[in-house]
Design a protein around this ligand. Structure first.
Ligand SMILES: NC(=O)c1ccc[n+]([C@@H]2O[C@H](COP(=O)([O-])OP(=O)(O)OC[C@H]3O[C@@H](n4cnc5c(N)ncnc54)[C@H](O)[C@@H]3O)[C@@H](O)[C@H]2O)c1
Length: 248
């Protein structure tokens, strides 16, 4: 794989879960990571563990100031920004008829709005470096899983936006792709507790027979999209899901 070394990359939600695995893998590969998260404890712990390669920005991704601060932090630390990973997305799983406006707002603001604001804030710097953006979709949205109305609708909005931005910003040599992961995280652990039958159903339909590991299974695919190895790829959706969904 071509090098991630010396890249400076913003990872939203980079303190734990899939984002935590991405942060650790990219650090291992020699990148500098600007970790943006509301989880202060995990964020500062990472920055303490890797002081040269990590700076923690504490903030809510749904606020535009957080995106601006993250980009400014990258420039302060490295003088450049080469990549952006829009990984955060908080949502509530419940039947459509039980969704409140607050549920719709949570999903829209942390998923779509944050992805949009971070892309806009990063654009001037990514244009200088020919950078790469990785956004997050979900198999649950592609397949229309029950109880995922606000989540699925926003995930597909992110994919739609990503395809348009890939086309518009190709002239600036900025690439935008989407990853749909399946990985075992604390969030999935909670989901398993609340919806054990849904969990078993998903697990049983993964041909590779297991949930992915954030660092070993999902992060390398994100790293590929951030590296020059994928330089001829933009606007695509990559399934990092053990073979569950085959896109055509
Ligand atoms: N885990 C899976 O199997 C799976 C499946 C499909 C899609 N995804 C997608 O992958 C991405 C990561 O999923 P995950 O399971 O690691 O999520 P997670 O909820 O476990 O972790 C998200 C991280 O984001 C942080 N965060 C949450 N809200 C925030 C906010 N408003 N501002 C800043 N930080 C915030 C959390 O503190 C945490 O560190 C999401 O986009 C999710 O929808 C995950």
């Amino acid at each position: 794989m071509k090098s991630i070394k010396n890249q400076t990359i913003i990872v939203t939600g980079g303190a734990s879960g899939i984002g935590g695995g991405i942060t650790r893998k990219l650090i291992e590969m020699g990148a500098v990571i600007i970790v943006v998260d509301i989880n202060e404890e995990a964020g500062y712990a990472l920055a303490e563990e890797f002081p040269n390669q990590t700076t923690f920005v504490k903030g809510d991704v749904s606020k535009v100031e957080t995106a601006e601060e993250a980009v400014a932090t990258a420039i302060l630390k490295s003088g450049k920004l080469t990549g952006l990973v829009n990984n955060v997305h908080a949502s509530r799983q419940k039947p459509l008829l039980e969704h409140t406006q607050a549920d719709w707002d949570l999903s829209f603001n942390t998923g779509f709005q944050a992805t949009l604001q971070f892309m806009l804030a990063a654009y001037p710097e990514l244009k200088k470096t020919g950078g790469s953006i990785v956004n997050f979709g979900s198999g649950a949205a592609l397949s229309g899983s029950a109880f995922q109305a606000s989540y699925a609708a926003v995930k597909e909005a992110i994919r739609g936006l990503s395809r348009v931005v890939a086309t518009e910003w190709a002239a600036d040599n900025i690439r935008v792709n989407v990853v749909c992961p399946v990985a075992y995280t604390e969030g999935v652990q909670d989901w398993k507790t609340n919806f054990p039958e849904e969990y078993e159903r998903v697990l049983n339909q993964v041909p590779l027979g297991r949930f992915g590991d954030p660092k070993e299974d999902i992060a390398p695919i994100v790293a590929f999209l951030l590296s020059e190895d994928s330089q001829y790829m933009t606007g695509q959706t990559l399934m990092a899901d053990g073979g569950d969904i085959k896109l055509r």
